[in-house]
Design a protein around this ligand. Structure first.
Ligand SMILES: *Cc1c(COP(=O)(O)O)cnc(C)c1O
Length: 438
């Protein structure tokens, strides 16, 4: 652990963390929240409104995490709140079909042209897990190709992220993932068409699907180079494998139709399956996977691939998600763009002035700041950055009222609720935080 530079300001958080550690492993319900890579005490939040978080010690922060993406409109947006209130007043969960889930599915299908049907689930992890099962069921094959540095949730077979080079048997990244499960996963370097072609030349007949982040955001933002997504489509189609585009992070954030809306349609054809989460739940646990109707017909009760969920299509979550999506107008995307360009521009200015090596990469209004020079094309590039410098910068920003994602490998998320005061708070925090890098 690094020193905690300002312990007094986090006294209540520290006390809650001690309580939490007794009953929750590491005191957190998702590991990155523990601040392990930046040190110090994670801030326990009491409330949030618009662009602001307020912690249990009464300190306010501009939120550049946005719950890791979902809070695209800012926190407790009045219209989303109203939708949640009125829907909840009619009951929380029926265990039967309801209109809300139909309306949410219609909204997604209307936005992303190749998606004809979706099934709603409760998390991005469930969406990718189910898409993989469907791909295996539909093809009768078992091997999955993924790319190093792409995160698809904590599905056993997709936790294999290590290993670069050509088609090697991946070693599991997490204890508890059976070697048999990891052995069904081929991990390739991102943006490397020859590696992809070599893997298919060797094992093409066994490969059920390639899964990729539509535009990777979980190793920092690493966009597909021109032609890479097309190559994924061509090579999979040539070998009878499916292409799964994971838009859990990018979906409805990069544009009205996510990354597909920015890069697609593709000359070689659309991905077969898509996964969504984060923004489409508006801060509630709902996610989806979808694609061509003939493929989706393989799912129970129509077909032989089983998939289910007690709370799937939950009316309150569906209403929150639908209202959020409907409020994601072109003006909202324009505001996200404006805010993120302003912040990233100021970061570049301050870092350059101070001589701090950095590189900013983009996916629509999504961006990340790498603490290194030069283009970042893949996971190996992303790992070669100064994470200790990031930790000092992170705490410099936190102390000045800006909550960044607590890891150098994460995307910075802005919300359309960021007004002049919030943006100004970020800009005025930068010079001091950059000086703190030392
Ligand atoms: C966040 C994320 C997931 C996992 O979603 P959870 O809701 O956390 O399970 C999957 N894929 C991508 C690309 C993500 O960013």
């Amino acid at each position: 652990m690094l020193n905690i530079p300002y312990p007094d300001e986090a006294a209540e958080s520290a006390s809650l963390l001690r309580r939490a550690r007794d009953v929750i492993p590491g005191g957190v319900n998702s590991p990155v929240r523990a601040f392990r890579s930046v040190g110090g005490t994670p801030r326990f939040m009491r409330s949030a409104s618009g662009p602001w978080l307020t912690d249990v010690d009464g300190r306010r922060y501009v939120d550049l995490v946005c719950s890791w993406g979902p809070m695209i409109l800012g926190h407790a947006h009045p219209e989303v709140l109203e939708a949640v209130r009125t829907t909840a007043a009619d009951g929380f969960s029926f265990g039967t079909p309801s209109e809300h889930e139909v309306a949410l599915a219609e909204e997604i299908v209307a936005r992303v042209a190749p998606v004809e049907q979706v099934r709603l689930v409760n998390s991005g992890t469930e969406a990718t897990m189910s898409a993989i099962r469907l791909a295996r069921g539909a093809t009768g094959r078992s091997v999955i190709v993924k790319f190093a540095g792409c995160y698809h949730g904590h599905v056993d077979s997709l936790l294999a992220a290590a290993g670069s080079g050509l088609a090697t048997f991946a070693l599991p990244d997490s204890a508890g993932v059976p070697a048999s499960s990891a052995a069904e996963t081929i991990v390739l370097p991102y943006n490397d068409v020859p590696a992809l072609e070599a893997a298919f030349a060797e094992r093409g007949g066994q490969i059920a699907a390639v899964i990729t982040e539509a535009c990777p955001g979980n190793m920092g933002v690493v966009p597909p180079e021109p032609g890479f997504t097309e190559a994924l489509r061509q090579v999979t189609a040539a070998h009878g494998a499916l292409l799964i585009s994971d838009e859990v992070m990018t979906g409805f954030r990069c544009s009205v139709a996510g990354w597909f809306g920015l890069e697609g349609p593709y000359a070689a054809g659309a991905p077969d399956l898509f996964t969504f989460g984060k923004v489409m739940g508006g801060g509630f646990p709902t996610a989806a996977f979808g694609g061509r109707a003939d493929l989706m017909a393989q799912l129970a009760p129509e077909g032989p691939v089983y998939q289910a969920g007690t709370l799937s299509g939950n009316p309150v979550a569906s209403a929150a998600g639908l209202t959020t999506l409907r409020l994601c107008t072109p003006e909202v995307y324009a505001r996200l763009d404006e805010v993120s360009r302003t912040i990233a521009g100021a970061v570049t200015d301050e870092f350059t002035r101070a001589g701090v090596a950095h590189r900013i990469q983009w996916a629509g209004s999504m961006f990340s700041v790498f603490f290194r020079d030069g283009q970042v094309r893949n996971y190996a590039d992303s790992q070669a950055q100064d994470t200790a410098a990031f930790g000092r910068f992170f705490h410099g920003m936190l102390r000045r009222g800006v909550h960044l994602p607590p890891s150098a490998f994460e995307t910075w998320f802005v919300s359309a609720a960021m007004d002049d005061e919030a943006v100004e708070t970020v800009l005025s925090a930068l010079p001091g935080a950059v000086a703190d890098i030392g």
